[in-house]
Design a protein around this ligand. Structure first.
Ligand SMILES: [Zn+2]
Length: 86
């Protein structure tokens, strides 16, 4: 369902649902994403992305995480771009 992921990611970004709180040189990222029903927190710590949503808890790449990856210009950004374009 990558096309659905792309659509959701674009929706999050174009509707301003992503708020990045922190991006530092040590690779720490903290952002909040307004979900359909509840807000989700997306974090990058020690090179690992995490999101508090249900999809992420099942190990899936969620639109929240991809949206934040696209915003913060992290080295993993090309990976997120690939996810959106595929
Ligand atoms: Zn998520």
């Amino acid at each position: 369902m990558t096309s659905s992921l792309a659509a959701k990611t674009v929706d999050l970004l174009t509707n301003g649902r992503v708020t990045v709180h922190l991006v530092d040189d040590l690779g720490l990222v903290v952002a909040d994403v307004e979900g359909t029903t509840v807000p989700h927190r997306v974090t990058l710590k020690d090179g690992r992305w995490a999101c508090t949503c249900q999809a992420a808890s099942f190990g899936r790449r969620c639109s929240h995480r991809v949206a934040v990856q696209l915003l913060v210009d992290h080295p993993c950004r090309p990976d997120a771009v690939t996810a959106v374009n595929s």
